[in-house]
Every structure is written in C-alpha cells, then in structure tokens.
Design a protein around this ligand. Structure first.
Ligand code: NDP
Ligand code: MG
Ligand code: MG
Length: 331
C-alpha cells in the first residue's frame, strides 16, 4: 500500500514567516486562500484589475494585489489560474518576480509536465492537488475535515521543498483526510486519463447514449432521464462508500445479474483498445498540444462543442424535471 500522510506528518512551521500568494480566486483559489488563512498563515491573493473575484476576495477578508505585485511580495506562490492561461501569466507577471528560495506551486501538473511553464532553477517547484472540487475543499474544511490530496516535488532548490509542500497541504486541510506522494508526470497523466475516459468523457457519453436509446425507442424522456442520469448519483454514492461490492449488495438480484452479464457487452475489447489509445495520446503530449493550440487559436471548436452539448435534449428534460424536485433543492 502506498503511504498516506496525515496532520502529524506535516509541519506548518515550514511556512512560518512566509507570505503565501494565491494567484486566482476561483474554484480552488478561494478554498486554498480561506483555509490557509484559517490555519493561521499569512495569505494574499493575486488577480488582474477588473476581476469580478477581486471584490469577493476583499469582502472575505483577504488582501488582494495585482498578480505581479502579489508574486513579488510572496515567498510561496500557488498558481490557481485556468490551466490554459498559466503560461502567459507566468512569463509576464510571475517569473520576473521570483527570488531565490521562493516556492512555486501548482494544483495540477499540466503546465510543468508539458513544459508550458519553465521555472528558473533557484525556486522550489511543488504540487499540492486536492482530489475534489474547490467548493468542497472549503466546505469540508469549515466542518473540521479535509479533502484528500496529492503532493509532488518537481524541483528542490531549498532542500525543503517536500516539507513545504506537505505544510501547505496541512494548511488547506488535506492532511486531515490524508495525502499521497506522486510526481508531476503521474498526476498529470492519471488526472487527464480519469477525466477523459471515466469521469467526464466516458460518463457523459454513457448517460447520453442510454438516454437516446430509450427515447428513440419511444419511451418517455422523463423516465429515460431518471434511469440513465438521475440514478447515477445514487449508485455512485454506494460505490464510493463501499466499492462495487456494496453497490451490488444494495441493488436487486435482477440488477446485479444484469450488471455482470450485460456490462461487459458495453465496455468491450474495442472500448479498452480505445482507452489505451487515449492514454498514449496523453503520454505523448498529443492531447496537450491539441488543447494548447485550440486555446491559442481562439477556441472555435471548444465553443461550438460547448454550445452543441448544451442543446442536447437531456439538458432540456433535466432542467424541467429538476425544477420540480423540491427535495433536490439546496438547503
Ligand atoms: P477557475 O477557473 O475556477 O478560477 C480561475 C481564477 O483565475 C479566477 O479567480 C479568475 O478570475 C482568475 N484569473 C483568470 N485570468 C486571470 C488573469 N489573467 N490574471 C489573474 N487572475 C486570473 O480555476 P480552477 O480553480 O478550476 O483551476 C485552478 C487550478 O486548479 C487549475 O490548475 C486546475 O487544473 C486545478 N484544479 C482544479 C480543480 C477544481 O476543482 N476546479 C480540482 C483540482 C485541481 P475571474 O473569475 O475574476 O476572471
Ligand atoms: Mg483535471
Ligand atoms: Mg431501475
């Protein structure tokens, strides 16, 4: 078993007397900044002038500066900008303000692994990546717990990079749940694979294909929505709590038999072969190159796909149905 590290393994003193700049105040940024502040650390936020997040961070008790000024003032710089913007902002505003002994940190390995961001040799380069969305990272922290995470060292200029990364993980609450050590390469490749094949790409297509099959066969879209989308969460909750075994224990024998006999006809040898191809495109940098070029050329394809997907009938049925689910509304 890989080793998990907890609060007692991480020492916040490695960040004592250090000013931490959180660059970006979105999903991850707001959670890291507020959790670190609540952990007693010295935090500022870096944003661009006119950012809607500026006002939000200020009203939540944080000092906000322009990115370059925040980077210059800080000793530990955590980059929580959208991945596709990091290269340019790093080169223009952060790199010129890095001094000997600073720590440059990321929550995802993409830009380091694919050499979009190339840091100077005199700084530590680390990753602390919570394995959960930012809003959960904040909410769970305020409830006294943490979201588990990964950490990695890419470059150790100070001799303390690993301790500093672990201290940061403690500051955001991740060591309350446990952190695992990885490399930038492993985190990047597994993260991209997971989101493309299983969590986002695979699941979205599975849901849509099931829904379309039922609707095209003449069943009511509302029923198709329930069976192919809504119930996903109920099943996934059981899987996360107790593995596939707990889910299979909880469903009917009919459903369990259908699972064993029909599932392998959906994920076939052809599907597995395609998974391997997708993995090699990630490993070779082909996916990264495609994504970087897509963004450089103004996102024409990305925007078109977003619009087309938003217009899928499952979204319309879903919007109407969810409006009627009083029990789904947030308390
Ligand atoms: P978001 O898109 O939620 O937030 C980005 C933030 O950056 C916003 O506050 C935005 O400000 C700000 N920003 C955008 N452009 C600039 C700029 N030019 N100068 C300064 N600030 C700018 O990003 P995420 O939190 O989703 O992602 C951040 C990092 O965390 C990424 O590396 C991602 O891979 C990683 N990550 C994200 C997870 C998640 O849960 N979303 C999970 C694990 C890792 P404004 O909104 O005001 O324009
Ligand atoms: Mg990801
Ligand atoms: Mg059923």
């Amino acid at each position: 078993m890989a080793r998990m590290y907890y609060d007692t393994d991480a020492n916040l003193d490695f960040l004592a007397n250090k000013k931490i700049a959180i660059i970006g105040y979105g999903s991850q940024g707001h959670a890291h900044a507020l959790n670190l502040k609540d952990s007693g650390l010295d935090v500022i936020v870096g944003l661009y002038e006119g950012s809607p997040s500026w006002e939000k961070a200020t009203s939540e008790g944080l000092t906000v500066k322009k990115v370059a000024d925040a980077a210059a003032a800080a000793d530990f710089i955590m980059i929580l900008l959208p991945d596709e913007t990091q290269k340019e902002i790093f080169n223009k505003e952060i790199a010129p303000n890095l001094k000997q002994g600073d720590v440059l940190a990321f929550a995802h390995g993409f830009n380091i692994n694919f050499a979009q961001v190339v840091p100077p040799a005199h700084v530590d380069v680390v990753m602390v990546a919570p394995k959960g969305p930012g809003h959960l990272v904040r909410r769970v922290f305020t409830q006294g717990q943490g979201v588990p995470g990964l950490f990695a060292v890419h470059q150790d200029a100070s001799g303390q990079a690993r301790d500093r990364a672990m201290a940061y993980a403690r500051g955001i609450g991740a060591t309350r749940a446990g952190i695992l050590e990885t490399t930038f390469r492993e985190e990047t490749e597994t993260d991209l694979f997971g989101e493309q094949v299983v969590l986002c790409g695979g699941l979205s297509e599975l849901i849509k294909a099931g829904f379309e099959t039922l609707v095209n066969a003449g069943y009511q879209p509302e029923l198709a929505y329930f069976e192919c989308l809504h119930e996903v969460k109920l099943i996934v909750d059981l899987v996360v709590e107790g593995g596939l075994a707990k889910m299979r224990h909880s469903i009917s024998n009919t459903a369990e038999y259908g699972d064993y006999t029909r599932g392998p006809r959906i994920i076939t040898d052809a599907t597995r072969a395609e998974m391997k191809r997708i993995l090699s495109e990630i490993q070779s940098g082909q996916f990264a190159r495609e994504f970087v070029l897509e963004n450089l050329s103004g996102k024409a394809g990305f925007t078109a796909m977003r619009r087309r997907e938003a217009e899928h009938p499952i979204e319309e049925v879903g919007k109407d149905l969810r409006a009627m689910f009083s029990w789904l509304k947030k308390v």
